[in-house]
Design a protein. Structure first.
Length: 189
């Protein structure tokens, strides 16, 4: 069956990014794949220390909740991240989380390798493509499989709920979620 972990980097539990992550989870479940959502809302994330302890323990030395995300990423076949765009880029706490997950993966058994997924960017006006490009670096350096969609995985919206007005963006994100589920199913055969 397979499973996809979806991570919302929004500081708002019911913000646009969280709503899109929930929508992707619904689409993935509708396509026969298990989906689990997690949120960075309320977490105080620290950046990677580069200490190397994860190579020995299989988890990050820092105790701020990221080890729960790492555990979830280990157990799934897919991994999607969604982020609001701040000043033309992904949120800094998401980048810290991804760097720490990547460090643990590369320092241990490369558990991210061949997982299916990709990024979703949400912004009021711009910075979407730069954010997606930035986040794709995480997926590609970790040997992950990134499916496409009808367009880039970006949706416009500012106030909570405005993303639903971007009909094309919603269509793109739903298709991306379908493609992730489709690939997870095929790779699980």
């Amino acid at each position: 069956m397979g499973k996809v972990l979806l991570l919302s980097a929004s500081p708002r539990k019911k913000g646009n990014t969280a709503q899109l992550i929930d929508e992707c989870a619904k689409v993935i479940r509708k396509n026969g794949v298990e989906a689990e959502t997690m949120s960075l809302a309320g977490m105080k994330i620290r950046p990677c220390l580069g200490c190397g302890k994860c190579a020995k323990t299989g988890k990050c030395k820092l105790d701020d909740g990221v080890n729960g995300i790492i555990a979830g990423a280990r157990k799934c076949e897919g991994f999607i991240v969604g982020t609001p765009v701040y000043f033309g880029t992904a949120r800094s706490d998401l980048l810290s989380v991804l760097q720490r997950i990547g460090m643990v993966s590369k320092s241990t058994n490369e558990f991210l390798s061949r997982k299916v997924g990709g990024p979703i960017a949400v912004a009021r006006r711009g910075g979407h493509t730069a954010t997606i490009q930035e986040l794709l670096m995480f997926y590609l350096i970790n040997d992950m499989i990134v499916p496409g969609s009808y367009y880039w995985n970006m949706v416009f919206g500012h106030k909570a709920g405005e993303v639903w007005e971007d009909k094309e963006g919603i269509k793109v994100v739903r298709r991306f979620a379908e493609n992730v589920a489709w690939l997870v199913t095929r790779l699980s055969l």
